[in-house]
Design a protein around this ligand. Sequence first.
Ligand SMILES: Cc1ncc(COP(=O)(O)O)c(C=O)c1O
Length: 360
Amino acid sequence: MTRDELVRTLIPDRVRQGAAYQVPDATGMIKLDAMENPYTLPKPMRDELAHRLADCAMNRYPDPHAMAICAPLRRWMGIPDTLDLLFGNGSDEIIGLLISNLIGTGRSVCAPDPSFVMFEVLADQYAVPFRALPLDSEFDIDSDGWMDSLVEADPALIFIPQPNNPTGNLFSKDRLAKIVESTQALIVIDEAYTAFTDADYLDWAIRYPNVVVMRTLSKVGLAGSRFGMLIGHPDWIVEFDKIRLPYNINVLTQTVVQFALECAPTLEEQTGKIRQERRRLTTLLEERGFSVWPSEANFVVVDCKMHSARSLFEGLKQYQILVKCLDGSHPRLANTLRLTVGAPEESNALFGALDQLVSS
Ligand SMILES: Cc1ncc(COP(=O)(O)O)c(C=O)c1O
């Protein structure tokens, strides 16, 4: 057989017909597209980190359980001893790991619609059935509709981003409780944006037998290090730990995370500034006639109203500003842009460009 024929024979159709995850080139641009923290650690801290990294035992495999991180992480996030931790190469890896557990079982995965695309992308990759649960007109949980869908789909796993991406809102607590209490599926409350909201569902992992919580350090300044975590009852974590790759958190990441936890006050100061900037960004957008959806995350969704989201997106690129155009990604996101909350000077550049674009 030729290589071409071999590829066609050996790679499943669903993979060959799919596409790799696309990340736009952001070289030299103001990045307001990926919900990153715009701030770095101050120079003296980075110098200290460089020393620590220089001393890393790169010739050795990392500690498979990254034990040095556990205690400071528990302290910072207030994680009680009754819950265990599992770490991932970003929470994306944990999402994949949870879904891969269902391969061959015929059980499905559910997630709100619209929400974080990786739930469906990874379900497709593992050929695990995926069922979207449409949100109501306020982008909240549609309790009755969901109950019917859940009976039909009989999922083993339900992801609930709280707050949701890309809509930015928190789902109502009572509606979420109703779903948790009415299903036998494992519910993963994905608190990727926990640093930007006062909501905290950690205690649900204790209260409910079918809830675990997922978090990430990506949004507080460590997107480049790739570090996510699953927090849950030991009965859950011990099982998922069996399907985790043994050395999934490399020594460099372990060192960076340990150091970042020592710098927690600085990270908190930065996330505090982002929360403030979210208010200013919202006000400035509304003053210009845009409609901004309420957000508890480090991004806002903007309904461009009389302007075209796609033209603004393209126009902003000419000013070296990269945002996320949601138009076309979902019928309910038509003519919207998702703007990551950046530093004040980045917002100022954004408004400088927007003002030019809407007046031309
Ligand atoms: C809701 C949600 N969960 C998880 C992730 C993935 O985070 P990580 O960088 O830890 O893989 C994201 C990233 O945007 C997200 O929006």
